[in-house]
Design a protein around this ligand. Structure first.
Ligand code: ACM
Ligand code: ZN
Length: 763
């Protein structure tokens, strides 16, 4: 909590209080809480925090007392009041044990003008009641609204993961990371401690893990796919001492966060094998990996290896009281095992039919050892291959299938599918985003995640313990980079795993989230914030001209715009309704939050031409995947990107011709029509073979104005084709001939080609 101390309360107020003493009519902020509580009953009036506040301890047990002391310390630091544990019935906060609450994490929080009352059945519930109270204090500066809140989590497992193998993060940051997840009522920290690129936990019996495995000689620069691959030449590494680990475990426990250590096996172990190559199939030499990926050097399942792993796990168990130990199990290539005489002999001896069965044997042995020591294993979903270990919990990451299969077999499951839970993926399509591994996982998608797959029966669904966000750090080398990727997506996931499913609503969430993000930023948390990115939508093609709709993911934000090319400021036109655009000009739009330009601006260049904003119809519709801007995008005066065909301007036709009718409203002298075509043979996107243009005065009788063949095989990514017309007419019929089939000798030969068209400029 230290790192989040001294929250600036100014700026957090959702409703500013002018005076120190708000009248009982002053609306106070309750609709601020994340995750959203189960029930909230708002009363009138407020409880004013006294300068010295007591938390009554009554006759409660030691774990309760230490939780109360924890909060007295936090509140003393964060608010202007001094908080003490003690006092009797007249204390500011009265905490009581209740047997009426179903879950150990459930709580009841009642704020009256005279007193705050908390009830819970266990100390965990008390802890969460205080987290809720803390958010109410943030939002209301000393005047906490009268309210009754009854709350409990939907899922028992609410996790965040952090990979410290690819990059190493200091203990202070690990604590800050735990503070943040606990703030949003998450209760598991999955600490991914070992990787091919570095071993990060001190194991006293194996000093070479510290001397050798904790370091790599250098690190890949840039993205893995960049060619040629280059390296920084800098030795890199570090590890947590056992003393540090104990300190972090104790720190997390005070916030009801259980740390689940992960010791990867049999794969992702190259750093350990660099230190102890005798545990590999080849005997080495092996170096800690310097780039990312999946590596062939894995533990050889021989007796020495099991002895090593059992000794390592014994030290790990002594440090982590968690019932669970994560043993990895993912991405273990079998190439070394296939060629290893010891592995092959073991397979024959144990009657294992293939290397997947050998991996299964490996995991079962480790499970047996951990079970004998009173622990349970979690493994990535590859542990399903070759048969699950009897008591294993499965972490489903390659989609939801692994989780579904495991639940159907009666095994516990934690959902972490890449599609919803991989916070190393890009969260915005802004080309200015920091380098990431790839993928696309925007906040809304995380928020709309449903951890219980529809395929499961109610009985099977009980095996889904919860969900977790994963933060892999190949491309995240600093604490700030980790925070940027984890937040606010972790906050969205926190609501997914805590709040009632039927209460979830993304728009409402963004309203609550924005003040949290301001707050976290003020506290030095490097959160991303795309809530105020301007998302323009151009409406055209219906003959009603061109209009631009401006919005941000946060509804009701202040958007200002200019049409003269200037950067918008607080005095620029306020967006209220779709903006009509006429002529050649640039539209610039920017959202403002509390008087400051915030979020990504929008900048759109419009080009005037005879068809811009007129009426268009098509004989074949574009493929639904490539029709984001609607058919009006063909004549809205705006060009699609030169590098990408995925934006709203480009329309894609699969195997079909583009046949368009345009009504220019009045008869016009016409000179030419120009087209932009995307050319991407690698993606089966080919130029058309021919364009025909006809004109008409009445819309019925058309005369061919021109026909032009196109040099289909071309090196350019975007090809402009200009067709002279020299004709007069009100109506234009445009026929662009798709290639039909991709000819032999080209990528995708024999298949239907894609035709991508953007602006058709009529002069
Ligand atoms: C994983 O992402 N390899 C679990
Ligand atoms: Zn082997």
């Amino acid at each position: 909590m230290r790192n989040l101390a001294l929250f600036t309360l100014i700026g957090l107020l959702m409703f500013a209080c002018e005076s120190d003493q708000p009248s009982s009519e002053t609306p106070l902020a309750v609709d601020f809480l994340i995750p959203k509580p189960n029930t909230v009953e708002i009363g009138s009036g407020y409880f004013a925090l006294p300068s010295e506040a007591q938390i009554s301890s009554g006759e409660l047990g030691e774990d309760w007392q230490s939780t109360l002391q924890f909060w007295a310390d936090v509140f003393s630091e964060e608010s202007k009041s001094t908080w003490k544990v003690g006092g009797q019935d007249n204390a500011a906060i009265v905490v009581e044990k209740s047997t009426a609450l179903s879950s150990p994490e459930a709580y009841f929080l009642e704020i009256n003008p005279q007193q705050i009352r908390i009830q819970a059945s266990e100390a965990a519930g008390v802890y969460y009641a205080f987290q809720t109270l803390r958010q109410l204090i943030w939002a209301n500066e000393g005047h906490i609204p009268v309210v009754k809140i009854s709350d409990s989590p939907r899922f028992a497992y609410r996790g965040m993961h952090l990979d410290v193998g690819r990059h190493f993060f200091p203990v202070d940051f690990i604590k800050k990371y735990i503070d943040l997840l606990a703030t949003y009522k998450m209760n598991r920290f999955h600490w991914h401690l070992t990787e091919d690129q570095g071993w990060r936990i001190e194991i006293k019996q194996y000093p070479k893990l510290q001397e050798i495995a904790a370091y790599r000689k250098e690190t890949l620069i840039g993205h893995y796919n960049d060619q040629p691959q280059t390296y920084d030449g800098q030795r890199y590494g570090g590890f947590y001492t056992q003393e540090e680990v104990k300190e972090v475990v104790a720190y997390a426990a005070k916030q009801f966060v259980t740390i689940i250590p992960e010791i990867e096996l049999p794969g992702h172990a190259q750093a350990a094998l660099a230190a102890y190559p005798e545990l590999s199939c080849t005997g080495g030499p092996i170096e800690a990996a310097t780039k990312w990926g999946v590596f062939e050097e894995v533990y050889c399942p021989k007796e020495n290896t099991f002895t090593f792993l059992e000794n390592v796990l014994t030290e790990v168990m002594a440090l982590f009281p968690s019932a669970y130990v994560h043993i990895g199990g993912d991405e273990c290539p079998k190439t070394r095992w296939e060629e290893c005489t010891e592995c092959q002999a073991l397979m024959i001896k144990e009657g294992l039919e293939d290397e997947h069965a050998l991996q299964s044997y490996f995991i079962r042995r480790i499970e047996k050892f951990l079970n004998a020591n009173g622990r349970q294993i979690i493994g990535w979903d590859e542990i399903l291959e070759g048969g699950l270990a009897p008591n294993a919990t499965v972490m489903s990451w390659r989609g939801e299938e692994g989780g579904i299969a495991a639940a159907k077999q009666g095994h516990n499951v934690i959902m972490t599918p890449t599609t919803y839970c991989y916070f190393d993926y890009y969260q915005s399509q802004d080309p200015g985003e920091p380098l990431a591994i790839g993928g696309f996982l925007p906040l809304e998608k995380v928020y709309n995640y449903e951890p219980i797959p529809a395929e499961l029966s109610a009985e099977e669904a009980k095996y889904i313990l919860g969900a977790q966000g994963n933060v892999w750090t190949e491309y995240l080398s600093t604490p700030g980079a980790v925070e940027y990727m984890a937040y606010p997506r972790a906050i969205a996931l926190a609501e997914v795993v805590w709040s009632a499913k039927e209460d979830r609503n993304f728009k409402g969430f963004t309203k609550r989230l924005n003040p949290h993000l301001r707050h976290l930023k003020a506290e030095g948390v490097n959160t991303a914030n795309h809530l105020l990115d301007v998302e323009p939508e151009i409406i055209s093609g219906d003959g009603e001209g061109i209009k631009v709709k401006l919005s941000t993911p946060l509804e009701g934000s202040e958007i200002r715009y200019t049409l003269d090319g200037k950067t918008p400021d607080v005095n620029s036109a306020l967006y209220q309704q779709p903006v009509s655009v006429e002529g050649t000009l640039q539209l610039n739009a920017q959202a403002f939050d509390q008087g400051k330009a915030s979020g990504r601006p929008a900048k759109i260049q419009f080009q005037a031409h005879l068809a811009a904003g007129k009426k268009i119809s098509l004989e074949h519709q574009p493929h639904p995947k490539y029709n984001a801007g609607g058919i009006g995008a063909l004549i809205n005066g705006v060009n699609g990107a030169d590098e990408r065909y995925g934006d709203a301007e480009w329309l894609g036709f699969s195997g079909k011709d583009l046949i368009a009718n345009i009504d220019l409203e009045t008869s016009q002298e016409l000179e030419s029509i120009s087209f932009r075509f995307f050319n991407g043979p690698g993606q089966w996107i080919y130029l058309p073979q021919k364009v025909e243009v006809s004109t008409s005065e009445d819309g019925t009788t058309f005369n061919l104005a021109n026909s032009q063949n196109i040099n289909t095989f071309n090196e350019e990514k975007v090809v402009n084709v200009k067709v002279p017309i020299k004709s007069k007419g009100r109506y234009l019929k445009v026929h662009v001939y798709n290639l039909g089939r991709i000819p032999e000798g080209n990528v995708g030969a024999g298949n239907a080609p894609w035709l991508f068209v953007d602006e058709m400029v009529v002069k």
